[in-house]
Write a protein that binds this ligand. Structure first.
Ligand code: PGA
Length: 243
């Protein structure tokens, strides 16, 4: 595990963007695994800026996102497809046909999960997976559990996660109860993983995830086993982890 300590959110976003940048430079047709949430927004902005400056070309890049809410259409402002369009895809020259998210409106969610695994395999596997970490240690929507979930699957969101995400909706009742998420095994198959974290609010869970026991009660703790994990986090998030 490599830990890159940054001064603040902006610095984290810059350094994380540099890791994505180098992945694209080294492999222009790479498959990026992308995440939503507040944490990666700044990194996406830096990447979009570097595209505008002419430093970065996304024309052959492919992306798969970690997860999507069940029941929200692509044009729902809180769907993750919409988030990705707003924060990245509409700002860069990526081919929309090369951007994949689980279909939250699929009639058969289980079949959609299998289909999503196949898509990732057919695309050659994820070169770099971007992750945030939930307050409860979730990665993607893999919530604390008794066992590590393996493949892409449908998940019931915990109350904690629904409350954390309610800030994006008008009320908590509007937050979907289910999502489709890549599983822990899907995530761990990525050739490299970059975990982002920012702010005081993440310091306890980040310590548990990176230094605590490996347990499905803290899903992110499994990342300790990944051979190529890069943590890019700011001082506030890393304040309980000695340098
Ligand atoms: P956040 O969410 O980036 O909005 O803190 C992280 C997550 O839930 O994975």
């Amino acid at each position: 595990m490599r830990i890159i300590r940054t001064k603040n959110y902006q610095d984290m976003s810059q350094k994380a963007a540099n890791v994505v940048f180098s992945t694209i430079i080294l492999k222009p047709d790479c498959l990026l695994g992308l995440a939503t949430g507040g944490t990666p927004v700044g990194m996406y902005q830096v990447l979009a800026d570097r595209y505008v400056m002419g430093d970065l070309d996304f024309k052959s890049v492919k992306t798969v996102n970690l997860d999507e809410y069940v029941g929200l259409s692509e044009d729902h402002p809180q769907s993750y497809r919409y988030f990705m369009m707003e924060n990245l895809f509409s700002k860069i020259n990526i081919d929309r046909a090369n951007t994949y998210l689980p279909n939250g409106l699929a009639e058969d969610s289980e079949a959609e999960c299998e289909n999503y695994e196949e898509v990732i395999t057919k695309l050659g596997g994820v070169d770099l997976q971007v992750l945030g970490i939930g307050n409860n240690g979730h990665i993607g929507f893999n919530e604390p559990a008794d066992v590590f979930d393996k493949q892409t699957h449908v998940v019931k969101l915990t109350e904690n996660t629904r409350q954390a995400n309610a800030r994006f909706f008008d009320s908590i009742e509007q937050v979907p109860t289910d999502a489709i998420t890549m599983g822990i095994k899907t995530i761990m198959k990525a050739r490299a993983i970059i975990l982002l974290a920012s702010g005081e609010g993440k310091k306890e869970i980040l310590k548990e995830a990176l230094l605590g026991p490996i347990t499905p009660k803290v899903p992110a703790s499994v990342l300790q086993l990944h051979p190529n994990l890069i943590v890019v986090a700011d001082e506030a998030a890393l304040s309980l982890i000695p340098s």
